[in-house]
Design a protein around this ligand. Structure first.
Ligand code: UD1
Ligand code: CA
Length: 476
């Protein structure tokens, strides 16, 4: 391999990708297509598509071959970007699957999206592959100019996988033989085929028509292609097949739910190590779950039993957990989230939540907001320094800064038909068990008495008490 790190091989080579995802995944024993099974809280195909993007292969140069439950898979792929998809109506094998992508990739050339000169083939059920490995594959391919460069791996027991047959004289690649076609001698070979190849397009497309159905399985095997490349070698030309050995862990394919859990753990560990090395403390990696799209700033601490799902962000010096669940949450610096759930919400710096509170979608907590126990905030904004210490529900509301929300305060925001708004001004003190019957507007510096049921707007500076709440008569 040459040290050509300075060039961007993806663009220089004109790489397009074909992701095979048409198979049923019988061994998952599931109604859900295999590539949609969740891995760290997202469908596993998301991870494969992300790895491709990280390696410089964008959605518009990636064809996903769908088949089993095609529409479900298509819909998920569309959520990840403007991907090309093609349906393989009958699953006639990996070679047949790749052929389905040919017209789309030729079309690409015509539409001047940049021609697809090299075609990367990989699987939708192999989520552990790293983008660095793909970049190594691209660099190796561009440096050696073969017809195909493929990854290989070694295992003590590669039962079930295609084996790599090499020329005993010089070690050069000769062929891939599938499990069902192995001789007893070949069965002892430890080098196996992970199914990830980079083909020269000009050679690939015409050569695919040479594939014959495997007599045993009745499928067109893509694995026959590298041997054709060996046959096509011309004297004086570079070696037609290059191989790149990678760790077996990285090319673990998911066939059943045991492997799904195993892959989930490996991927999880990889993500946790990345964050620990970048300055995040993870107290107990065995009980911490962080999605690939979450971003953590240095000096945060993630305490045991915490789950950060989707694209969360946590700022410096914040402490998450123990026992917290964040879903698509934006958390600022120096926040503390103890045994609580935050979903689709934004927390500015120095916000403290918990134990046992629930910040729901559309909540926005400004700097220094404090939620104590059993506080629920839904589609509401709380101003800086506002405190909601004890069992309380705030929904569809806008609160100013430094409001004190007494224990048991509830916004009665739903009249059975509509969700109505509550507005509360800065520095207001809501007494315990205040009921805010929306729509209602409470001014600044207001005081409500314990048990007040506020049904009408309250002017700034007023004190209201009773059911329904009325201003205290200063003369009485
Ligand atoms: C394949 C390889 C084998 C390799 C193994 C690695 C072939 C013939 N064999 O075997 O050498 O060691 O992968 O995991 O390629 N797919 C389609 N359409 C089809 C058939 C398959 O899209 O018609 C997809 C599947 O969804 C799957 C992938 O291709 O993601 C691999 O297919 P699978 O049937 O699992 O191949 P293996 O028997 O595992
Ligand atoms: Ca497989």
């Amino acid at each position: 391999m040459t040290g050509s790190a300075s060039i961007d091989p993806t663009h220089a080579l004109g790489i397009a990708a074909v992701v095979l995802a048409a198979g049923k995944g019988t061994r998952m024993r599931s109604n859900l297509p295999k590539v949609l099974h969740p891995l760290l809280a997202e469908p596993m195909i998301n991870q494969v598509l992300r790895t491709l993007r990280e390696a410089g292969v964008p959605p518009e140069r990636t064809v996903v071959v769908v088949g089993h439950e095609a529409e479900l898979v298509r819909a998920q792929v569309a959520k990840c970007g403007l991907y090309l998809t093609v349906e393989q109506k009958e699953q006639l094998g990996t070679g047949h699957a790749v052929r389905q992508a040919s017209s789309l990739l030729e079309q690409m050339e015509k539409e001047k999206l940049g021609s697809a000169e090299q075609v990367l083939v990989l699987y939708g059920d192999g989520p552990l592959l790293r983008s660095e490995t793909l970049l190594n594959l691209f660099t190796h391919h561009s440096a050696t100019s073969p017809l195909v460069t493929m990854l290989t791996a070694e295992a003590h027991d590669p039962t079930g996988y295609g084996r790599i047959i090499r020329n005993p004289a010089n070690g050069n690649f000769q062929a891939i033989v599938e499990e069902g076609d192995l001789t007893s001698e070949e069965r002892a070979i430890r080098e196996w085929n992970p199914g990830i190849y980079l083909f020269r397009a000009k050679w690939l497309w015409p050569s695919l028509s040479r594939l014959q159905k495997n007599p045993q399985k009745g499928e067109y095997y893509l694995t026959d292609m590298p041997a054709f490349a060996v046959e096509d070698q011309l004297p004086g030309e570079p070696l037609p097949v290059q191989t790149l050995l990678v760790s077996g862990e990285e090319v673990l394919g998911i066939n059943d739910r045991v492997q799904l859990a195993e892959a989930g753990n490996l991927l999880r560990r990889r993500i946790l190590e990345k964050w620990m090395l970048s300055g995040v403390t993870i107290t107990d990696p065995t009980t911490t779950y962080i999605s690939p799209t979450t971003i953590l700033e240095p000096d945060c601490i993630i305490e045991p039993n915490s789950h950060l799902r989707g694209a969360c962000r946590v700022g410096r010096n914040s402490v998450i957990g123990p026992n917290s669940i964040l879903v698509e949450a934006q958390v600022g610096a120096a926040c503390k989230i103890l045994a609580s759930m935050i979903e689709h919400a934004v927390l500015e710096d120095e916000v403290t939540v918990g134990p046992f509170s629930h910040v729901r979608p559309g909540a926005y907590l400004e700097k220094g907001v404090h939620l104590g126990n059993f506080a629920e905030v839904n589609r509401s904004r709380l101003g800086a320094g506002t405190k909601q210490g004890h069992f309380s529900y705030i929904g569809d509301a806008t609160f100013g800064s430094n409001v004190n929300i007494g224990a048991g305060t509830v916004t009665a925001n739903f009249d059975g038909i509509n969700k109505n708004k509550t507005i509360v001004g800065a520095n207001t003190k809501l007494g315990v068990d205040t009921m805010l019957v929306a729509p209602v507007k409470v001014g600044e510096d207001v005081i409500t008495g314990a048990g007040a049921v506020v049904t009408r707007d309250v002017e700034s500076g007023a004190t209201v008490v009773g059911v329904p709440a009325k201003p205290l008569n200063k003369n009485s």
